[in-house]
Design a protein around this ligand. Structure first.
Ligand code: SF4
Length: 755
């Protein structure tokens, strides 16, 4: 076997003595032959089974000749949009175009189209009408059935229909891709490959589909948010490789999409085999003159030790992609890779990470998962750790100690996310001690995400008290070892369930701990998460109960501004938010206030309200110019007490009265109207008997219990501190949220105060 990059042109093929590729892999990322990149894994796995794979990275999608450069493949085309969903890669939560693509040469944006999987497949179909097309990667995986697409604000069909591809290999595709290749190689027509776990295919009828759950038809989820939520929940309950059932979604009379159950997780021996394949561990040399591929920078000296996550955060798609069952590499496999990277000419003595979706998960959550799969109606860590959960850091510790002992290694960092709710429940403090002593560089990044228990509950995250316990312990341990190390908390604004009240609760927490976040992660409704379902439907799909969703750009901007209330640019938004929420007690000069009145109180409500101010004046209302004399509200009390005599005059009774009349009451009233009784009424109307019946097939609970019972989860956070590091891992792991956040957080460390 030639140890080199896989062919990207005919000359490379000739060098290997190939006349034809078995598969041509079209990918949206630049070609990076590293196991943190999904296409690299799939192509090397196929190579290891004897298949010849050529790569076409980032073809010119406006020129169909770009798809022909390796000739016609013998068995078919493989297509992946890349390590991230292309829409997450290209756009911020505010739907603004990003400036940099970390998976393209030199970070240049515009090297791939939006919705690359669909565009590339259609390009292939222009040239090759009947050749098999197999799609995979995060973009295809999370759009495998009808799904909500945030960027178009529409429910979209399975990507299989829009792309004209034949089959989706979803999740981590090592098993399914080899089975598909073997089936094609043995002469089975692509249309007859309907029997492989971890795949999705099209069917004209259901005569050969057995033991399946019928989802609400696509037209029904288009017409009804309740039906959408029910469909999503059934999909969510069938993500486990042991207990998951086959799912069927009807589009037309003779058009169905069938999702086979998830592929089995890799055993440790299989994991070791995958990671021992002859990756070049770098980007292809053709990118050298453009400055390389930014995403590889941190990954090159990072080690992946696991896959899967039983954390189950609701805003993360990991359950849908990798599942809840932890798969790990052996120490020997990881040490072999470490022994390889430490001799790289660019190695400076620092292993950047020893992680995965969650760094400190080294075992399956419990033994039961081997035979029965992860519980459908229960979470392993939420709201409190399950009594069957195995909490043990011994094996991870032992691995870290071995890595620290390697020659040339100065420091081994952990930059993937640490689940603090898992760590805090370990009765043995050795791991947290060694974590603080050896594996962080002055700051530990953790993801409490919020402080409001109401929001945390909807996120599937532990109560704030658990995070506080962790902080207390972390501080104490650092004191004991004489280190002045901080915690950087990742916080999220505008998650479903967060109204201005909860956003202010978070801002007050930030004030209390003296933290100044430089970046804020706005909730990003990426495809196929529970939180995205809540965002679109306004319903918690597990309970069908109404959830308040901040949706307007202005409310989202206010929630984001509250987290960064000290930034002068956010002043008006913060004042407006505090006014709307009747929390003007937080405007003033007291220690507890978030902002001061502006210009001695003359613009106490900020510029945004000056229009209203002017209108009020025209109507003869006393807004702020004359000041009030009557009974004072909280805001003027606080303000007057602390400010000059002049300013206290300016902020009076009428100001408060008009402000709450004009803004607070009506707005709050209207807001709650929008999401109130009618929604709940409609939600319960929309739950049809059949769907409930189908949903309950996977559960021992009765239908009504199932619908009403909240199954709480946890997942998605980019834990690596470095954008690139995080992004690239996520990509490999297929965690959009992680990636999205990381990409947004490009730059270096945040100014952080000690907690
Ligand atoms: S919830 Fe408990 S029993 Fe169920 S899979 Fe998780 S640890 Fe095991």
């Amino acid at each position: 076997m030639i140890k080199d990059y896989l062919p990207i042109n005919k000359e490379d093929m000739a060098q290997r003595g190939w006349e034809q590729c078995d598969f041509v892999f079209v990918i949206g990322d630049a070609y990076v032959d590293h196991h943190s990149f999904g296409p690299a894994i799939i192509s090397r796995v196929l190579e290891s089974y004897g298949y010849k794979v050529g790569i076409i990275p980032q073809p010119d999608w406006k020129d169909s000749n770009s798809i022909k450069i390796l000739g016609t493949p013998r068995l078919g085309f493989l297509v992946s949009g890349g390590n991230m969903d292309t829409m997450v890669n290209h756009y911020t939560v505010a739907k603004k175009r990003r400036h940099k693509d970390y998976y393209s040469p030199g970070g240049e944006m515009g090297k791939r189209p939006d919705r690359a999987t669909i565009v590339y497949c259609n390009l292939i179909r222009q040239v090759y009408k009947h050749i098999p097309i197999i799609v995979g990667g995060i973009e295809a995986s999370l759009r495998r059935l009808g799904h909500y697409d945030y960027w178009s604000d529409k429910v979209k069909r399975s990507i299989l229909l829009d792309s004209q591809a034949d089959i989706i290999s979803y999740g981590m595709g090592e098993h399914s891709i080899v089975e598909i290749a073997d089936a094609l190689d043995s002469g089975i027509a692509i249309g007859d490959i309907t029997f492989i776990n971890g795949t999705v295919y099209k069917a004209k009828d259901l005569s050969s589909v057995y033991d399946a759950i019928t989802l609400p038809a696509f037209q029904d989820i288009l017409d009804s948010k309740e039906e959408f939520a029910k469909s999503f929940y059934i999909q969510y309950c069938n993500t486990d490789p042991i207990s998951g059932k086959r799912l069927v979604e009807q589009y037309k009379e003779n058009e169905y999409i069938v999702q086979n159950p998830p592929a089995k997780p890799l055993s440790q021996a299989e994991m070791d085999r995958v990671y021992s394949l002859p990756f070049m561990r770098d980007y292809h040399p053709i990118y050298e003159e453009k400055g390389g591929i930014p995403a590889i920078e941190e990954l090159k000296f990072s080690l992946v030790h696991n896959r899967g996550c039983f954390g189950g955060c609701n805003f993360c798609a990991l359950t849908f992609h990798q599942g809840r069952i932890i798969q790990t590499r052996s120490h020997e496999s990881i040490l072999a890779e470490a022994n390889q990277l430490i001799w790289d000419k660019d190695f400076k003595g620092y292993i950047n990470d020893v992680g995965g979706p969650t760094a400190n998960f080294r075992f399956k959550a419990c033994e039961k998962q081997d035979t029965k799969g992860a519980c459908i109606n229960k979470q392993c860590l939420f709201p409190t750790p399950c009594k069957n959960l195995k909490i043990d850091h011994e094996d991870y510790l032992s691995l870290l100690r071995k890595l620290r002992e390697l020659p040339k290694v100065k420091k081994v960092f952990i930059r993937s996310g640490i689940r603090f709710d898992y760590l805090i429940n370990d009765s043995d403090d050795t791991f947290i001690n060694e974590l603080c002593e050896h594996h962080i560089s002055g700051q530990l990044k953790v993801a409490p995400e919020h402080v409001s228990d109401k929001v945390l509950d909807l996120m599937g995250k532990p109560a704030n008290s658990v995070y506080q316990r962790f902080i207390t312990k972390y501080k104490k341990i650092n004191e004991n070892i004489g280190k002045n190390q901080f915690v950087v908390p990742y916080l999220m604004s505008s998650h479903p369930g967060s109204s201005l009240k909860e956003a202010i609760e978070l801002a007050e927490h930030i004030r209390d701990i003296g933290y100044m976040p430089e970046q804020v992660q706005d909730f990003y409704p990426t495809p196929s998460t529970i939180s995205t379902c809540m965002y679109y439907t306004g319903l918690d799909p597990r309970t069908m109960k109404h959830v308040y969703v901040p949706k307007t750009p202005h409310e989202k901007a206010m929630q984001r501004a509250l987290i960064q209330y000290r930034n002068p640019k956010n002043y008006d938004l913060v004042v407006e938010a505090l006014t709307l929420a009747n929390r003007t007690d937080l405007i003033g000069f007291d220690k507890h206030c978030l902002v001061r009145p502006k210009n001695n109180g003359r613009y106490a409500y900020g510029n945004r309200l000056e229009g209203k101010h002017a209108e009020d004046k025209k109507r003869g209302n006393e807004f702020s110019a004359k000041g009030g004399t009557g009974k004072r509200g909280k805001v003027s009390k606080a303000t007057e007490k602390n400010s000059s005599k002049k300013s206290s005059k300016d902020i009076g009774k009428n100001t408060i009265k008009n402000a709450s009349k004009g803004v607070s009451k009506n707005t709050i009233k209207n807001t709650s109207k929008d999401v109130g009784k009618n929604t709940i009424k409609n939600a319960s109307k929309g739950v049809s008997k059949n769907t409930i019946k189908n949903a309950s097939e996977n559960s021992s609970k009765s239908p009504s219990e199932k619908i009403s019972k909240s199954i709480s989860n946890n997942v998605n956070k980019s834990t690596s501190n470095n954008k690139t590091n995080k992004s690239s891992r996520n990509i490999n792991d297929g965690i959009n949220r992680k990636v999205g956040r990381t990409v947004q957080k490009n730059n270096k460390s945040k100014a952080v105060k000690r907690q």
